[in-house]
Design a protein around this ligand. Structure first.
Ligand code: MG
Length: 342
């Protein structure tokens, strides 16, 4: 098997802000696209590295260099390849997720079967995806809500001193839509009860990562009072974090770039279920390749937030849908995505 990779810059339709990175508005981002070729068949994978988790394009490329040397000749031997990469690159979940996705895409294509089918899943169980509205000026937020009219579920980034005004702006444009919020660690135990009560007044369905990892005292009060379900994101990076989150959260948000791909995500889903937790699938800003890999698991999730490709102006791939919030698990073999022409 031959592994090659490229850096690809993709541009957002709108500049994007969240509570953790407010001084660092994102207008474009670079991802790594990996392709693994075997007898003329090519499998794709994507790495969307996160500096928050200590990853970079350069650190990901080191993983690819190593992976190129240990892929061997059997594309079906996915697990041994991934195990060897984990032994050497424990922190490089985004790059390992790309190898994991490319091997699954390749195997699906060699067998002529979509990955979701290999996993035994029912595509009709794919939940609707939310569409994310980032932190912005209130006029811009109102405009984004109007532009997001086709999406039935919105996920609102909060965690600033203006959260109530943000929710008011959202409700002016979308009075009845189901809303989820993500505070990205923007609140603390001192105000989380008050903030969660406020969110519920605006009809919010659940709250993602209200406080920083470890700041859990306030979360216990929110859950004891039954205010709103809480979902862990930054607190739940990899499979080892799932059980540690169980006493503090009602569910976890799994992202392939955080956890290291489809195999690890499956472990996390089963662990979460055994602990009675809800499962959400999320993403970074990434192309349809990365989104398609996560989407293969969507029938196992309660909630999905797989909109990274919908935020892009120049997604180089297509095939996974997302219009009106409907992610499509199609019948194409592998991950079901193809390169966009022109
Ligand atoms: Mg989040």
């Amino acid at each position: 098997m031959n592994l090659s990779w490229q850096r690809r810059e993709v541009h957002l339709r709108h500049p994007f802000n969240i509570a953790r990175t407010q001084r660092d508005t994102v207008t474009s981002r670079q991802v790594l696209l990996a392709s693994i070729e075997h007898r003329g068949v090519v499998g794709w994978g994507e790495s969307a590295p996160s500096s928050y988790y200590g990853q970079s394009l350069e650190s990901g490329e080191k993983v690819f260099e190593a992976a190129a040397g240990l892929l061997g000749s059997d594309p079906f031997a996915i697990v041994p390849v991934l195990e060897r990469l984990w032994e050497r690159f424990e922190a490089e979940s985004a790059a390992i997720a790309a190898i994991d996705a490319a091997l699954h895409d390749l195997v699906g294509k060699l067998l002529g079967v979509p990955v979701w089918k290999l996993l035994g899943l029912d595509p009709a169980r794919t939940p609707l995806t939310s569409f994310t509205i980032g932190i912005d000026d209130l006029e811009v937020i109102e405009r984004k809500v109007a532009e997001a009219a086709e999406y039935p579920l919105l996920k609102i980034k909060v965690g600033t001193p203006r959260d109530e005004q943000v929710l008011q702006a959202i409700r002016r444009g979308a009075p009845d839509k189901p809303l989820r919020v993500d505070a990205n660690c923007g609140w603390t135990s001192a105000n989380v009860m008050e903030m969660c009560r406020l969110m519920v007044r605006y009809g919010v369905e659940f709250v993602e990562q209200p406080t920083a990892p470890g700041d859990y005292q306030g979360l216990a009060e929110v859950r004891r009072a039954g205010i709103t379900p809480l979902i862990a994101d930054e607190s739940c990076v990899g499979y080892r974090d799932v059980l540690a989150c169980a006493p503090h959260f009602d569910g976890i948000n799994i992202k392939l770039s955080k956890c290291g791909g489809i195999r690890r995500a499956l472990q996390m889903i089963h662990t979460a279920r055994s602990a009675g937790m809800k499962v959400m699938l999320g993403c970074m800003v990434e192309t349809s390749v990365g989104i398609a890999a996560a989407a293969q698991l969507a029938p196992l999730a309660d909630y999905i937030d797989l909109d990274g490709h919908l935020l892009l102006a120049d997604d180089p791939f297509e095939g996974i849908g997302g219009q009106q919030g409907r992610i499509t698990l199609n019948d194409r073999p592998g991950l079901g995505v193809i390169e966009r022409r022109g």
